[in-house]
Design a protein around this ligand. Structure first.
Ligand SMILES: *Cc1c(COP(=O)(O)O)cnc(C)c1O
Length: 370
């Protein structure tokens, strides 16, 4: 075996992604449906992902930073008019670069508003921006005092064209959490003090809280990529990614033999151990050591021993021997190993699994051409 034969595969289904977009857009209608593509589209590649979403009808995109906005413009090859918002904000000193990329900064504090208003004055033009209100997450956004100041003095925003007023939910996936209603109520109250603008509150899970939470534009991220936005219900989204770990070696281990670093797994019976070319450097969590599993030809195969940097070992004794050979693959995520289950087993969330996917996979985009 050599070259690609030793490489694990990350398959990204662009048709499934597009169907997920349409599912969310239909739920949110008549509100518009944007897409959050920060962190390189949750690790899946902002170019092909944004392009597929655009073809599915998406016309508003969200990234975190100016650098991500510039990568979006470079890689997605979409009309410059397509709306693009940088959620973390952009330093007012970078206003010329922001305008060149036609990216709308989220303004998250009174100082940001003042600085951008001043920048607009220097540039001699009105500058589009989004105002982000913190309604109870206490992480990022204008507080009630800042909103009151802006509401009382129109000069503070005279140079700005407010494209959007947004807030973010802390517990949207917990439908019964009273904080959802409280945040919505605060959003109602605070946004009315600001200049009239389109409003946006819901992330993926927020869409499922009902029409009261949709406002003018919803901002799903993770559900587009196949992650379950509902905590206690079947996943309404379609699986988008499938990681196929390439088997690079299969060996027999005698009873009592150990597997991997630290010799943490001792085989209790003569076993067949398959070694796969993916490890924690590929974003396959080390916390899955001795507790994860994969699927080989549909048979659940336990992960044994520690996940190491580049390799992971599975006990394939019970799998079809015709399939347990080098060059074949074990499904690590997707195709049986639901991403939410893998994340839970690893003690994390699917968001983290996605955004830590490594660069060594052979990335294969399936479905509509990028
Ligand atoms: C990341 C993010 C989203 C998308 O959240 P998901 O839970 O992935 O749908 C929406 N809005 C803001 C402000 C975000 O930071």
């Amino acid at each position: 075996l050599s070259g690609a034969a030793l490489q694990s595969i990350l398959a990204i289904g662009l048709d499934a992604l597009a169907r997920n977009y349409r599912t969310l857009a239909a739920r949110a209608a008549p509100a518009a449906c944007g897409a959050v593509v920060k962190a390189d589209a949750y690790g899946l590649g902002v170019g092909p992902v944004a392009h597929a979403l655009y073809r599915a009808g998406c016309r508003a995109f969200f990234v975190a930073t100016l650098a991500e906005a510039q990568a979006f413009r470079r890689e997605a090859d979409l009309p410059l008019a397509v709306e693009l918002v940088a959620l973390n904000g952009i330093a007012a000193a970078d206003a010329p670069a922001a305008l060149a990329a036609n990216v709308v900064p989220a303004l998250n504090a009174l100082d940001d508003v003042l600085a951008w208003n001043a920048a607009a004055g220097r540039l001699g033009r009105r500058v589009r921006c989004a105002l982000h209100i913190d309604t109870g997450m206490n992480r990022l956004g204008l507080d009630a005092d800042a909103v009151a100041k802006l509401g009382d003095d129109a000069a503070l925003t005279a140079g700005l064209e407010i494209a959007l007023v947004i807030s973010h939910l802390a517990c949207a996936e917990e439908t019964a959490n009273p904080l959802n209603r409280e945040q919505r109520q605060r959003f109602e109250t605070l946004r009315r003090r600001l200049p009239r603008a389109r409003a946006s509150l819901a992330n993926s899970s927020g869409i499922f809280l009902g029409p009261d939470f949709h406002y003018d534009l919803v901002r799903p991220g993770v559900a587009l990529y196949g992650v379950n936005p509902l905590t206690n219900d079947l996943n309404p989204m379609e699986e988008v990614i499938n990681i196929k770990g390439k088997i690079v070696q299969v060996r027999n281990v005698d009873r009592g033999g150990s597997v991997g670093y630290g010799a943490t797994h001792l085989v209790a019976r003569p076993a067949r151990i398959a070694t796969v070319a993916a490890g924690y450097a590929d974003g396959y969590p080390r916390s899955l050591s001795n507790r994860g599993h994969g699927y080989l030809g549909g048979t659940r195969v336990p992960l044994v021993g520690r996940v190491s940097m580049d390799l992971t070992t599975f006990d394939v004794t019970d799998a079809d021997p015709a399939l347990a050979h080098p060059g074949n693959t074990i499904d690590l995520i997707g195709n049986g190993a639901a991403i939410d289950d893998v994340a839970a087993q690893a003690g994390t969330i699917a968001y983290e699994l996605l955004t830590r996917l490594g660069r060594r996979y052979a990335r294969v985009y399936t479905g509509q051409a990028g």
